[in-house]
Design a protein around this ligand. Sequence first.
Ligand code: DAS
Length: 359
Amino acid sequence: MQIDKKLRLLAVKIGLTALVTLSGFAYAQAVKPNVVILATGGTIAGAGASALNSASYAAAKVPVDKLLAGLPELANVANVRGEQVAQIASESFDNETLMKLGKRVSALVKQADVDGIVVTHGTDTLEETAYFLSLVIRTSKPIVVIGSMRPGTALSADGALNLFNAVSVAGSKDAAGKGVLVTMNDEIQSGRDVSKTINIKTEAFKSQWGPLGMVVEGNNYWFRAPVKRHTAQSEFNIDEFEALAPVDIVYGYGNVPRTLVDSVGKSGVKALIHGGTGNGSVANRVVPALQEVRAKGVQVIRSSRVAEGFVLRNAEQPDDKYDWVVAHDLNPQKARILAAVALTKPVSSKDLQRIFWQY
Ligand code: DAS
C-alpha cells in the first residue's frame, strides 16, 4: 500500500515537472519573435573547394534549410523558418526577381504571426534590393537584408554572424519603423544609404552618412534614425503594380560617345540615369543627346559616378532649362531603382524631382 502511494506521488511529481517544463518552453517560444528568412542566393549560400578559398568559390549553392540548420544559435533569439525565393548570384538579379521577392515580403508582413523578415542576398546588388524594398513595402515591421563577403566554407567566414545579427535585429521591437536595414560586419546600416564600397573585404558596406547603429551579441545600439521617406510612410506600394518601369544607366567618362545615350534613349526606357563625372557633369557632346532623349518624353536624371556627395540642381547643367532631374545623393544604381518605382505611374519631371528629394 505504502509503495503504491509513493509511486503515485512520484508520477504526479514527474507529470508536474513535465508540465512546467513544457509550458515554460511554450512560453519561451511564444515570447520569442517569429522571423521568416527569404533566401535568394549569393556568397552567403556559397561554397568553396577548401577553407582557404575565401574569394574564389561558387555562389548560390547552399539551400536555406541547410543555412538555418548550420546556425542553431538562431533559436536563442527567434523562431525562424526559411523560404527559397531564388538561388542566384545577385549580379544576375533582374526586375522580375525583385518583384517576386517584394510580393512575397509584402504578403508575409501582413501576417500576424510574422514579426520580422530577413532576406539573404548576394552582396553585388544587395543595396538595390534593400532600397527597393524600403520604397514599396508598406510595413513598420523590421526587414533586414544581408549577405556575406566569404562563403560559409572559408576560414573566418562572416555569413553566420551577419545572419545571426540580421535575425536578432529583425526580431527586435526597437528596429521597427527604421526602414529596411542591412546588418553586415556588426553595423546596422540604412538600406537606402548603404552601398558596397569595397569588393574584397568583409567591411564592404558603407554609407557616407554613417551607420544607424551597431548590433553586438544580440543587442542593438542605435545612434541615428533615417530622415527620408520609407516603408509605411512611402507613397509607393508593391501591391498596386505588377512590373517596374524600364530605366537604364549610361556612365560618364573621358571620351564617352553620345551613341550610348542615343541607343538607350531609343530602347523604350521611361527614364535614363546619367552617371556623370564629378557633380553629375555631362560631356558637351552628350548634352544634345540627352536633350533629344528628353524631347521624346524620356525622363533624364543626373547622378554621379563619384561615391560620395550629392548632385546639385542647376550647378553643372541648367536642369530647369533642360527639364532634367537630379538624383540628389543616390548613386546611379539606386537612382535607377527609385525611377523604376516612381515611373510605374505617370509622373511629371517636377514631381519626379520632389520624389528624389524625399526618398
Ligand atoms: N557574386 C556575388 C553576389 O552574388 C557574391 C556575393 O558577394 O554575394 O552578389
